[in-house]
Design a protein around this ligand. Sequence first.
Ligand code: ADP
Ligand code: MG
Length: 263
Amino acid sequence: MTTLSAQNLHVHIGGKQVLDGVSLSLSRGQVTVIAGPNGAGKSTLLNCLAGLRAPDTGVVKLEEANLSVIPARRRAQRVGFLPQVPEIAWAVDVRTYVGLGRTPYIGGRGLAEPDRAAVESALEQTGTLVFADRVVTSLSGGERARVLIARALAGQPDWLLADEPFAGLDPGYQLDVAAMFGALAKRGVGVVVTVHDLQMAQRLADRVIVLHGGRVLADDAPAKALTPAILAQVYGIEARSIPGTSDPIIEIIGRTPNRSPSP
Ligand code: ADP
Ligand code: MG
């Protein structure tokens, strides 16, 4: 089995039910998009799936094993995580920074030959080899985004969980990153991404999970999960789906009248 699954997750933060009975089962080799409005619980869910937050109740399983009993180092080898708005504080060169992605394998010791090979492969896959000797803090937002992905890929994870990886990227870089995710899924990696851009979700996803108020409102193929009715319900927008050359195009018409804000 090659699944990452959640059973009946509940998370309560500061008097609010942030996840309210979330169950899902994700497969490797697919890109799963988690969509939903601000505050829906997407980041909290992703953190639970990465094993970085324990749910109050419910379990996350990596294949048959409860994630909470897998040693942190082993878990980090299998599940790569890209946090929302990550900070790169160290003025080190890109290659060294990407090498940090090998930490789950090497602990405190230096990189050995297989580690170096994994780093070079990650640099190559993300198109960052060309500026591998530059200092990370000098990079543009788009370059930085790809370096962060390279760091995660250096760990050769079975799963890559990325929280809003497209935020702040220009359309060209967005397409590059989307293509990278697609290529990873083709190679058998389970890619799970939170996305706000509906067109990107439609284009990128094999499957879309729509979260609303901490619950799963839809879990289906993109065209079935991102319907005008669901978009009206969760985002308070009027939209229509029109045929496009490959994927349907989601045209946003405007705010729905008398919309009710998120719960
Ligand atoms: P999303 O990523 O979908 O925007 P989050 O998972 O970040 O949603 O947050 C869901 C809800 O939980 C929000 O209402 C947010 O304010 C609240 N929340 C998340 N983390 C904290 C925290 N550490 N303290 C207080 N409230 C939090
Ligand atoms: Mg978030």
